[in-house]
Design a protein around this ligand. Structure first.
Ligand code: F6P
Length: 548
């Protein structure tokens, strides 16, 4: 089906033409209860989408588009364990990782829960031993430092969650995340850490990812230089992987290998043993609260009618902004310092899932899919790129994300933080008209000539759409809900764009080429005759200047 030729799509184009002439100021003026009509709360998590440029008729047409795309049936197919990741012939069952019922899941015949529970038990055992000091290093010391070596989904989710929940962190444990191949990531850490008190988690679903393998080998060499004996690896290395054989070859004993499965996508793996560092930081009960928050969102997504279904609404709004209003990017603006890694996490979740131009059936998409996702801490952004959001003339939908209470409170900070967050979304939405700007300048006592000169600079067009997501506090449960909200949003978008959101073939070409270029960069081989002149020129520079 070419979705852009359907009556539902055409009707949305009509709404776009109608709403093009309306400002968010008009939409708020027309509906005194716009906030009540365009916001919803689930177990404390409030989603306010009233500052999006939609009205009820447009929303109804978006919901019709969701029905036309069979969102509910695709959702049920995902939860039923069907192999909806067709290009890799895999089921998509990360929701099993947070499923707490005692019934089989996805069904009696294909029940994955016994394996999930077994690994969770293994996690609990490790977590309790490390946190209580029972787990000892090769010299008999308790663990003080945990280094997660991983990249992509094996880094971003655990790093985000550990930092986000730092208020719950074990006081004697320190956590580090190493992902970059650049030795400047690992080297300073190795200089300051003590091998006797350091535990490495090598998190890699495949266990062949180059960045992770090289960092893990270097860490192993560093440990062996101090410990001298192979058995020490078992005291200082844990692997999380779907390739236990490869972890075993690395020297990690079976008891320290935690399994994940092919039905857990890398960017959806936080909930698996990939989240071990989070569990070590906040305890296994805290980790289970994180899972419980995500499960609450799963249940909401499964059971709630589309028109009240938060992930569905967020997906439809994003489709509206991208395909009808023409937004090319979308900004993620967390206001709490502890969720500063949210933009990076969502970049992978959204762009690796839906950054595609081919449908699940291999056809070219007839409309643009995922926008470019970017962002950073909102307050810092205010003093950097917000100028462009306010007056740069680009349409950039924003997600403001903030917790009402601080996780690390100090007197005098939280109210101004919240005021800034709310002020920005309001300023972006409503702007400042020429009349308002003139009035202000007149009040300030400026002359007509001064006003004429300054006026164009003082006008804010506004009409910049945003969603605000509020949590009572940054706790494991709320964080679980928040991240699962985005996961399902991405899924719904993928369904409507007819994308398989669970493969990532686009990352392969660069990996293949890097392997091909390596010998030439190391100087072991003459240049590949097939290489372009630019790459040859750059290699020649490296050979002259690099110490590889
Ligand atoms: O290259 C992309 C990717 O496969 C991601 O999808 C994944 O999260 C990351 O690499 C890391 O993969 P692994 O966990 O297998 O090391």
């Amino acid at each position: 089906m070419n979705i852009t030729l359907t009556p539902e799509w055409r009707s949305l184009l009509q709404h776009q033409k109608r709403l093009e002439r309306k400002h968010l100021r008009d939409l708020f003026a027309e509906d005194a209860q716009r906030f009540e009509h365009f916001s919803a709360e689930l177990d404390g998590l409030l989603v306010d989408y009233s500052k999006q440029r939609i009205d009820q008729p447009a929303l109804q047409s978006l919901l019709a588009l969701a029905r036309l795309s069979d969102v509910e049936s695709w959702r049920d197919r995902m939860f039923s364990g069907e192999k909806i990741n067709i290009s890799e012939d895999r089921a998509v069952l990360h929701t099993a990782l947070r499923y707490s019922d005692f019934k089989p899941f996805p069904d009696a015949e294909n029940d994955v829960m016994p394996q999930v529970r077994a690994v969770r038990k293994q996690m609990r055992d490790i977590v309790e031993r490390v946190r209580s000091g029972l787990w000892r290093g090769f010299k008999g010391d308790a663990i003080q430092n945990v280094v997660n070596i991983g990249i992509g989904g094996s880094d971003l989710g655990p790093k985000l969650a550990t930092r986000a929940l730092s208020a719950y962190q074990h006081p004697n444990l320190h956590f580090y995340y190493v992902s970059n191949l650049d030795s400047a990531h690992l080297a300073p850490l190795l200089e300051k850490l003590d091998p006797r008190t350091t535990l490495f988690i090598v998190a890699s679903k495949t266990f062949i990812t180059q960045e992770t393998s090289i960092n893990a080998q270097t860490a192993r060499t560093w440990l062996m230089a101090a410990a001298m004996e192979e058995w020490a690896i078992g005291k200082h290395f844990i692997a999380v992987t779907s390739s236990p054989g490869k972890a075993h070859e690395f020297g990690i004993p079976d008891d320290n290998i935690l399994q994940i499965w092919d039905w857990v996508g890398g960017r959806y793996s936080l909930w698996s043993a990939v989240g071990l560092s989070v569990a070590l930081a906040i305890g296994m009960n805290g980790f289970e609260r994180l899972l419980s928050g995500a499960e609450t969102m799963d249940l909401h997504f499964r059971k709630t009618p589309l028109e009240k279904n938060l992930p569905v609404l967020l997906a439809l709004i994003s489709i509206w902004n991208t395909n009808f209003l023409g937004a090319e990017t979308s900004a993620i603006l967390p206001y709490n310092e502890s969720i500063r890694h949210l933009p990076a996490f969502l970049q992978q979740l959204e762009m690796e899932s839906n950054g595609k131009t081919v449908s699940r059936d291999g056809e070219a998409l007839t409309c643009r899919a995922n926008p470019i996702v970017w962002g950073q801490i909102g307050v810092n952004g205010q003093h950097a790129f917000f100028q462009l959001l306010h007056q740069g003339g680009w349409l950039i939908p924003c997600d403001f994300v903030v917790a009402a209470s601080s996780d690390h409170p100090l007197p005098g900070h939280q109210a101004p933080l919240l005021a800034n967050c709310l002020a920005q979304s309001a300023a972006l939405a409503f702007g400042k008209t020429e009349a308002q700007a003139r009035e202000e300048l007149t009040q300030a006592g400026l002359t007509e000539a001064q006003i004429a000169r300054l006026l164009p600079h003082k006008v804010f067009a506004g009409n910049q759409p945003s969603t605000t997501i509020l949590m009572p506090s940054l706790d494991p449960f709320q964080l679980g809900m928040l991240l699962a909200l985005y996961e399902h949003k991405v899924f719904v978008q993928g369904v409507i764009w007819s994308i398989n959101s669970f493969d990532q073939w686009g990352v392969e070409l660069g990996k293949q080429l890097a392997n091909r270029l390596l010998p030439a960069i190391m100087g072991d081989q003459a240049y590949d005759a097939q290489l372009d002149t630019s790459t040859c020129g750059l290699i020649s520079y490296f050979r002259r200047h690099g110490h590889v």
